[in-house]
Unconditional design. Sequence first.
Length: 355
Amino acid sequence: MVKNRVTDKPVRLAVIGVGALGRHHARILAEMEGVELIGVADPNQQQAENVAQQHQTVAVTDYRELLDRCDAVSIVAPTSVHHEIAAECLSRGKDTLIEKPLTANPEQAQQLVELAKQYERIIQVGHIERFNPAFESLCETMTSVPRYIRAERLSPFAFRSMDIGVIHDLMIHDIELVLELTGAMPISVEALGAQLMGAHEDMAQARLVFPDGCVADITASRVNPQPKRCLSVWTSTELVHADLHTRELTCSRPTQDLLQGPAMEQRIRSGEDVAVLREQVFGHFISIEKKEADQRDALTAELDDFINCVKYRTSPRVDGTAGLRAVQVAELVLEAESGNHINPRGEKISQSRAA
């Protein structure tokens, strides 16, 4: 239980790490009603000063200088230092938003969850796809539980987040979505991967099997010519496909004519025209519904959720336990992948564990 501290006063917030993503945290928070951006921290002094100047706030290179002046922090630093920074912030009584992944390994993640409980602080983990309107719409569209899930997340090489591999960098997004959809931890994990650009895996394929028999196949690559972020869910009543980038959804469902009418073999034996049947597959026998989710900014929604949790002491949509479970499964995938690993460079893979 977090402390019951409801207040309408502005939340005094510091952003720790204002690089490629952190600067957007600072921008949104500086413009958000009910928030006072009291400062930004980054070891790159010039970067910190540039961002601070844009938002009329303070720049420091050591985040500790801001902790006495803030109520909460947003940590957008490299994964390798998440545990160190978050542990300091939580023990100093600060509600903490931590970009995904929560930490580099499950042991560190568990320690942060326990620290948040000890100091009665909020942890929110930045699994931004949970705030993607396309994922929200997919969940609303489903009418029964998942039986099969397929996720693909591909991107060009970004020359950042190189302290971790693609499993903790990209795949963990979809691991967390799958865990949310199934409501369970997997009982079986298989994986393979390839290391190409540096010390960590850059491409990975994982299969997760859940207690109820649901199977999830997850593909991630950060060495792909074009970006792609798609999620498909098969249930006993429909197939829902969501493009998480364009936010377009397609839902396919069997019609009553298909469910209650003769099977296709019987229709053909009875003399129905195959050419006509072929034309009727999509539309008459299988209904296709297309829709577009709204264009709300997911990062703004995520930060707004965090601020409301800080103000009104409510639980975040993606709390520390959710972040911990994602890290635990990512670790299982990494362990499975390390035994089925392609390495054309001939170098030994560097595990994503922190030293």
